[in-house]
Design a protein around this ligand. Structure first.
Ligand code: UDP
Ligand code: MG
Length: 326
């Protein structure tokens, strides 16, 4: 077992030496071999030189990936995961707001048989109005929509078993939704309070805009989690909800025309029902196209529609062999 700590870095010059030292101290006691994968996300403040120095000083543990420009925290995390070699991946911020001393505790919790251990900044040291309140609202919303109840989706400090991170691409602000995704492939998830410190050096890179992005991402996540495999249930559901009542309305209008002689073609209700019937059929057709896309996705990439936890008296599932051959 090996632990990889993945850390996105964007203009954190003053924090980096302290971070490296804190990591070395905290993980010296860890029973497992470890590495820290620092991903420089196009820093412009001299973090690059600091990272080069740190990598030289501790070649055994410190690995660095330099991105060509600033791609954002989520992309930096994705790059880090791709380059990490550990069986356990711990994600963390570089600004020392997370405490590396929590890493061994997270790993120990993971060993109890969990696939994801989520950090929870119970005693969060950030501005209440601009950070804590929007974050609590977002957490409540995400928990409700995804059905995965965590107190702190926004906390980067979380530990994962490598398997649950595989086959998942990160976009936008999506790294906070990894637990929700992991739950959808059957991961066992728990959470644990972690320490949190105020930022000493540098500035936070985010403002309130992020909350808006997170809410938009939530739509995507909900769609992908609930309807990715059966998009026709969503599109077709909307389509039927439009077509069925409108058809009944149309029938009623025709009967009204025949029995009571009320004009049909000039009635606004007639136009409305026709419009909804057309929209409904459109939606169903879109659902069919989405179904085609899903089939292309699974069949072209050899992606199974299930995930296996373990097998007995069997070597390996077929798809993972196919993947390892690639
Ligand atoms: N970060 C990054 N790319 C960016 C913005 C941030 O790699 O475009 C890193 C940053 O260096 C830090 C982490 O992501 O390690 C979290 O950023 P920050 O502390 O600004 O966010 P907050 O803790 O205020 O939510
Ligand atoms: Mg921070």
């Amino acid at each position: 077992m090996k632990v990889s700590v993945v850390i996105p870095v964007y203009n954190e010059r003053e924090n980096l030496p302290l971070l490296a030292q804190a990591l070395q101290e905290a993980l010296a006691e860890c029973r497992y071999p470890w590495e820290a994968v620092l991903v420089d996300d196009g820093s412009t403040d001299g973090s690059v030189e600091v990272l080069e120095r740190l990598a030289e000083a501790d070649a055994e543990h410190i690995r660095v990936v330099f991105l060509r420009r600033n791609f954002g925290q989520t992309a930096a995390i994705a790059a880090g995961i791709d380059h990490a070699t550990g069986d356990i991946v711990v994600l963390m911020d570089a600004d020392l707001q997370n405490d590396p001393r929590d890493i061994p505790l997270l790993v120990a919790k993971l060993e109890e048989g969990y696939d994801v251990v989520s950090g929870w900044r119970k005693d969060r040291q950030d501005d209440f109005l601009t950070r804590v309140l929007p974050s609590r609202t977002a957490n409540a919303l995400i928990s409700w929509v995804t059905g995965v109840h965590l107190h702190d989706y926004g906390c980067t400090l979380k530990a994962y078993r490598r398997e649950v991170l595989e086959g998942f691409r990160l976009y936008g602000e999506m790294h906070r939704f990894i637990p929700a995704y992991a739950a959808s492939v059957g991961a066992r998830i728990t959470e644990m309070p972690v320490r949190h410190h105020p930022r000493k050096f540098g500035r936070s890179k985010y403002g309130l805009m992020r909350t808006l992005k997170v809410i938009l991402d939530l739509f995507t996540v909900k769609f992908l989690l609930s309807y990715f495999h059966k998009p026709i249930y969503l599109f077709g559901g909307v389509g039927l909800a439009l077509v069925l009542p409108s058809t009944l309305l149309l029938v009623f209008l025709i009967i009204r025309r025949m029995v009571w002689g009320v004009a049909l073609f000039t009635s606004p209700l007639f136009q409305l029902s026709l419009m909804f019937i057309i929209l409904g059929f459109q939606s169903i057709l879109m659902g069919l196209i989405a179904e085609l896309l899903v089939r292309t996705y699974h069949e072209a990439q050899g992606k199974p529609t299930y995930t296996v936890r373990r097998v007995l008296n069997l070597k390996q599932e077929r798809f993972s062999q196919a993947r390892s051959r690639q």
